[in-house]
Structure formats: structure tokens, C-alpha cells
Design a protein around this ligand. Structure first.
Ligand code: HMG
Ligand code: MG
Length: 298
């Protein structure tokens, strides 16, 4: 009994590109976002207002936001870890800000330089101000299925952090497999725990494909009623604070599967394939999307 409709949040311009070593010109990022907008996504994670010392690739985020051609009704999202990030995101005209924590203490320290409890304290004024600014608020929880520094992560901790994000007023909460280690039954179990603390209709699955489990994990989520997923065009990505982690699951592969299952996404797969080939050719390598490459060659 699968859902009839699924929302795909395209995170390629942010999660996909943040780890690229060579600085990508803002104009290329703008062109990518514009192609994704034209492909029909209702939500695109386009930027990240974090410290440029921590993630240099995202330093051009304001320029990217200023350059894109917005389609009315599309949500453009950006990460904002603190008030400085929120103010920059607001000034740049983002529609939704993302506060990002973790279900692993060790990862929280490496990624945002504080404990889980401290991160929630830091997010509180950001969340309040975001509400006052009329912005949509999303919470992201890294390492929900395993951590590169501490190994196992308990589903109790995931559910606890979901509850804290809920109490901060999040409209949507992402359960993220930062290093792509989760497997389908585990994913169902953790998602079910998370759904005990927050409505499943507002939970999303954010899967990296490091161990080749991402599509299976998405299918497992569909079976229990999750209807929002994150993916990156051309399978771009990797987190700078999660060594060895590969990209997000490729959007082309996810769309190919969903459309094959008769699930509506509102997104034009052919246009996404073109966007994937565009950014892969800019980066000088083959896209990491199976369906994308197969369709591009056919
Ligand atoms: P900190 O060093 O503890 O913060 O970093 P600070 O307040 O002491 O600031 C240090 C310097 O950074 C200062 O500059 C600030 O002005 C500047 P200085 O005075 O030294 O010249 N700074 C900023 N600059 C621009 N924008 C800002 C900002 N904030 C401070 N917003 C902080 C704490 C959170 C800022 C830092 O750790 C950081 O930026 N971390 C970001 C890490 C990151 O972006 N990771 C990747 C995204 S998360 C991810 O990919 C996972 C996800 O995809 C889900 C999944 O797959 O798991 C979402
Ligand atoms: Mg990620």
C-alpha cells in the first residue's frame, strides 16, 4: 500500500556541491538551480549560510540566491546554523531555513562544534526569529542510522532529537543517513520511532548512497507511509565532516523508481537528466546516477 504522491526535495545545489574542492562559479550554481526549477521541483535546497571557513564552497550562497529565477510556489531552502546564518538567509530571500543537528554526540561536535544539547540551545533563538520573519523551518538530524565517529546510534536518541526539533517549531524534520549505512528494516524501525514523536507526513528521509542501500531504504520508507525524500541530481555530494561518505541518492534514480511504481512527483525526469548531465560535465566527471546515465545514452 504505497503513497500516490511523493515530495522530492532536491538538495544537489547544497548537499551535492558543498564538498567539491574546486570553487564552482556562482553562475554555474545559478544555472543548475534554474534547470531544477524548470524541471518542476516544489522544494530546492539552494544554499547554505554557514561559516565559509568551515565550508568554503558555500561562500557564494547570497550571490546564488540573488541570481536564480524563482518560480512562484517553489520553496528555496538554505542551511542556517545560527543567527548570523539566519540573518544572511533572510536577507538573501530564502523561503525556508534548515537548522541541522545530529543524533550522534561525536558528529555534532565535528560538524557544528557543540554538543546535541548545546545545539538545541543555539537553535532556539534561530527558530523563534525564523518564525517572526515568516520563514518555514526545517530540522535536519544527521547520523540517525550510524555515525562515522561513534558507530552505533540508538533510535531512542533519534526520537529524542526529533522531539526537541518539534518543540522548536519545525514544520518538517529530516532523518538523515549521513554515511549511507542504514538498511531497510532498520530504517523502518528508526522512522517508526521518529513518527512516534512527530507526524509521519512531516518527516523526510535523507539518504546517502555510500553502501548502495538508498533506493531500498526509500522503498522501505514508502511502505510505512513516509512521503518526503531528499535526493541530489547526478548523485552529487558528500559531507565534509563525514569522511568517505558519498553523495545523496541520485534524483534520477529515485524518480525512475517512483514513476515506475506509479507514484506522482510532478517532476519531469528528462529535464532532471539534462540538469544532471549539465553539472557533471561542468565538474568534469560522469554523473553518479544509473538511471540518469542510461537515459542520457538512450
Ligand atoms: P564556530 O567556529 O564554533 O562558531 O562554528 P563561531 O560562532 O565561533 O564563529 C567562528 C567564525 O565563523 C567567526 O568568524 C564567525 O563570524 C563565522 P571570525 O570571527 O573567526 O572571522 N561564522 C559565520 N560566517 C558566516 N555565516 C555564518 C557564520 N557563523 C559563524 N552562519 C558553526 C560554528 C556552526 C558556525 C560552524 O561549525 C559551521 O559553520 N558549521 C557548518 C558545518 C556544515 O555546513 N556542514 C555541512 C552541512 S550539514 C550536512 O551536510 C548534513 C545534512 O546533509 C544531513 C546529513 O546528510 O546528515 C544536512
Ligand atoms: Mg546530507
Amino acid at each position: 500500500n504505497l503513497p500516490h504522491k511523493v515530495k522530492i526535495v532536491e538538495v544537489g545545489p547544497r548537499d551535492g556541491l558543498q564538498n567539491e574542492r574546486e570553487i564552482i562559479p556562482a553562475a554555474v550554481k545559478v544555472a543548475l538551480v534554474d534547470r531544477l526549477t524548470a524541471a518542476g521541483f516544489a522544494n530546492i535546497e539552494a544554499a547554505s549560510f554557514v561559516s565559509p571557513k568551515w565550508v568554503p564552497q558555500m561562500a557564494t550562497s547570497a550571490e546564488v540566491m540573488a541570481g536564480i529565477r524563482r518560480r512562484p510556489g517553489v520553496l528555496y531552502s538554505a542551511l542556517a546554523p545560527n543567527m548570523q546564518g539566519l540573518e544572511a538567509a533572510h536577507a538573501a530571500g530564502v523561503d525556508e531555513v534548515v537548522i541541522f543537528g545530529a543524533a550522534s554526540e561525536a558528529f555534532s561536535q565535528k560538524n557544528i562544534n557543540c554538543s546535541i544539547a548545546e545545539s538545541v540551545q543555539r537553535f532556539r533563538p534561530v527558530a523563534l526569529a525564523a518564525r517572526e520573519m515568516g520563514l518555514r523551518l526545517r530540522g535536519s538530524i544527521s547520523c540517525a542510522f550510524g555515525c562515522p565517529y561513534q558507530g552505533e546510534v540508538s533510535s531512542d536518541t533519534v526520537a529524542d532529537v526529533v522531539g526537541r526539533m518539534r518543540d522548536l517549531g519545525c514544520d518538517e524534520i529530516d532523518i538523515a543517513d549521513t554515511i549511507g549505512v542504514g538498511t531497510p528494516r532498520q530504517v523502518q524501525q528508526v522512522m517508526a520511532r521518529a513518527a512516534g514523536a512527530f507526524p509521519i507526513a512531516q518527516l523526510s528521509g535523507h539518504f546517502h548512497d555510500t553502501y548502495g542501500q538508498a533506493l531500498a531504504n526509500i522503498y522501505a520508507c514508502l511502505e510505512i507511509g513516509v512521503t518526503t525524500f531528499h535526493s541530489s541530481v547526478a548523485g552529487l555530494g558528500g559531507c565534509p565532516y563525514a569522511k568517505g561518505a558519498t553523495g545523496n541518492v541520485a534524483t534520477e534514480d529515485v524518480l525512475y523508481m517512483l514513476h515506475g511504481l506509479g507514484i506522482h512527483t510532478g517532476i519531469d525526469l528528462g529535464a532532471v537528466v539534462d540538469a544532471g548531465q549539465f553539472i557533471a560535465s561542468h565538474l568534469g566527471r560522469k554523473a553518479a546516477s544509473r538511471a540518469g546515465n542510461a537515459l542520457a545514452a538512450s
